[in-house]
Design a protein around this ligand. Structure first.
Ligand code: NI
Length: 236
């Protein structure tokens, strides 16, 4: 069974054809979808989708762009949402200095709060790291001295050195359809170093449609394109 471990079916992009998109996913062989919360409202919607659809599971969290919106009462609400039966992870959470839509210090404080929540609830983290150097790695390393961490580095797009740091931390590695892009030769080369038992698949739909469909809306059914790319890379 294939699992799309990261998508955003709760976004408006799917309002007109959510049921049909799930049907197409099933036909394509996708048996489970993890819908990722990326804001307070998104986390609520994510849990609601998991309640509505058998094949959908949920995560709750706040994208680093939204980090400044986290208040104590929202954190309490997310904690209670995270105890819903089909919530399987905390995320997406992390750091993103690419556009710094939330100030750096607030991103760090929010990420810390979610790392603590994941530890408390024994849930894995879905980690978003962009243009943040070693900050995510350093924060996770510090925590790791006191307790174990479980999680996935989502939408991996780093180099071999960053990959090694993630693997050393015990993280799973997940590539989106960015791996299928014509200009992603270096990334495909880096990807070869991921042990297959540490590999996850995801679409991050509606974002990052595969090569040949770039600029269009992505959806879980297109994950088969990513699977094809992996079979080429691994020679399977
Ligand atoms: Ni995402």
């Amino acid at each position: 069974m294939l699992i799309d471990t990261h998508c955003h079916l709760d976004f408006k992009d799917f309002d007109l054809d959510r049921d049909a998109a799930l049907e197409r996913a099933k036909v394509a062989g996708i048996g489970r979808i993890i819908n990722i919360g990326s804001s307070i409202e998104g986390s609520r919607r994510s849990v609601a989708l998991a309640q509505k659809y058998d094949m959908v599971y949920a995560s709750v969290g706040i994208h680093p762009h939204e980090a400044k919106s986290l208040t104590a009462s929202f954190l309490a609400e997310l904690k209670s949402l995270a105890t819903s039966p089909k919530v399987v992870a905390i995320g997406e959470v992390g750091l993103d200095y690419y556009r710094n839509l939330s100030p750096k210090n607030e991103q760090i404080a929010t990420f810390e709060a979610f790392i603590a929540l994941a530890g408390e609830l024994s849930l894995p983290l879905v980690i978003h790291a962009r243009e943040c150097g070693n900050d995510v790695i350093d924060m996770l390393k510090k925590i790791r001295q006191a307790s174990t961490i479980h999680g996935v580095m989502h939408c991996f797009s780093g180099n071999a050195e960053f990959l090694k740091k993630c693997l050393d931390l015990g993280l799973y590695i997940s590539f989106t359809c960015n791996l299928t892009f014509k200009n992603a030769k270096a990334l495909r080369q880096t990807a070869k170093a991921v042990p297959i038992e540490r590999l996850l698949l995801e679409t991050d739909a509606p974002y990052l449609a595969p090569e040949g469909m770039r600029g269009k809306r992505n959806e879980p059914a297109y994950m088969v394109t990513l699977l094809d790319e992996w079979s080429k890379i691994l020679g399977l």
